[in-house]
Design a protein around this ligand. Structure first.
Ligand SMILES: *Cc1c(COP(=O)(O)O)cnc(C)c1O
Length: 365
């Protein structure tokens, strides 16, 4: 055991869930996004907690992520946001619900659903309203409806779309346009379907910034994990994951000595370095090296010196009262993932999802 752990505070998750819920109209449902190991944390533990809290839906990006949740006993409906055609048998086998984002995918899913004799299998139709990532774009809804009316195998459980910049006040006009486009897609679909599926478009920042776009459900990821994309919201949320390690060794470094690979750091003054058991293979990008990133030791910032190694980093503890075995916090409670990721022009999404699977997850409740 390297003694590096990712502590997961499920009470913080519960708090964030309650906070986000408090922003919703009473009958609006909530979907918890648990893709990418629940944003780098632990998808089963998080999904179980959300299920216990009464979450209405879960979403993953890929089929295998949904299969893992089903195998762990998760019963909540699971939307697979980005399935591939070769996964459709697994989707059906595990009662997962595919996002249908193109005619190619619709045709393939219809064929397999019919071949298996399914009736009214739940699907979710995705519209591209400006993100230009996945979804039907500039489509005549009649063409989708025609396909749907030609089969008994499928039932549209929801219509949805994804916003490109809901966190950015400068993109308000664009976002409002996306909402309007989606409303139009939905209007035409509902008129032709003969029943009314759920509608959803909002991610975490849209819950905060566009209350008019809650529709029937919202999809929250980053907010559940404790980040709100603004300072104000960050204060109301609590980070679920805290990445901690320990000091393995401390070295006195003389003037002119170098530290780490490629001799990337040269000591200008007599000092002390601490070696920590975490590296780029654990999600600490090499971009944090050479003083750009830092860790917190006994409440003080210790800059990363030299290059980030695969399994280790060295930090400058010259001015920090510390010893071997002391606790080190990388991000989470006591060390902001927002501030650290900003050092390399990144965002908390990238930092928290990068924590490698070799790091132990420790659930605290
Ligand atoms: C990842 C994702 C979300 C969650 O977004 P957050 O900003 O983390 O709340 C919602 N919807 C879709 C389609 C996504 O891919």
């Amino acid at each position: 055991m390297s003694h590096t752990v990712l502590e997961l505070d499920l009470n913080a998750l519960s708090h964030n869930y309650d906070y986000l819920r408090s922003k919703l109209e009473p009958d609006v449902k909530m979907l918890g996004v648990v893709k990418a190991y629940a944003y780098g944390s632990a998808s089963v533990a998080v999904a179980k907690k959300l299920e216990e809290k009464g979450i209405d839906y879960l979403a993953v990006a890929y089929t295998a992520e949904g299969v893992a949740l089903r195998e762990a006993g998760i019963k909540t409906p699971i939307l697979v946001l980005h399935p591939q055609i070769e996964n459709f048998d697994q989707i059906i086998k595990h009662q997962l619900e595919p996002s249908i984002y193109s005619f190619r995918v619709l045709k393939a899913f219809t064929e397999i659903a019919e071949a298996q004799g399914l009736k009214a299998y739940p699907i979710h139709i995705k519209f591209n309203t400006g993100l230009n990532r996945l979804g039907f774009k500039d489509v005549n809804e009649k063409d989708i409806l025609e396909q749907l009316h030609a089969t008994e195998a499928l039932k549209v459980k929801s219509l949805f779309s994804h916003l490109a910049a809901s966190e950015d006040p400068n993109e308000r006009t664009f976002t409002l346009q996306q909402i309007e486009t989606f409303e139009n897609n939905a209007k035409h679909m509902i008129a032709g379907l003969g029943y009314t599926p759920m509608l959803h478009q909002s991610n975490t920042s849209a819950i905060i910034n566009y209350p008019q776009a809650q529709f029937d459900m919202v999809r929250s990821g980053i907010g559940l994990y404790g980040y709100g994309n603004t300072q104000e919201e960050d204060l109301k949320l609590k980070p679920v994951a805290t990445l901690k390690t320990v000091i393995s060794q401390i070295h006195d470094i003389a003037i002119g000595e170098t530290v780490g690979y490629n001799r990337a750091h040269t000591a200008a003054k007599l000092g002390r370095s601490a070696t920590l058991p975490i590296g780029h293979a654990d999600g600490i990008s090499r971009a944090y090296g050479k003083g750009r990133g830092y860790v917190m030791i006994n409440g003080k910032k210790a800059p990363i010196i030299g290059n980030v190694c695969m399994d280790m980093i060295m930090v400058d503890v010259t001015k920090i009262d510390c010893e071997e075995g002391d606790e080190v916090i990388i991000f989470g409670k006591g060390a902001s993932a927002v501030a650290l990721s900003a050092r390399i022009k990144s965002i908390p999404y990238e930092l928290i999802t990068a924590v490698s699977q070799r790091i132990e997850r420790k659930i605290i409740e």
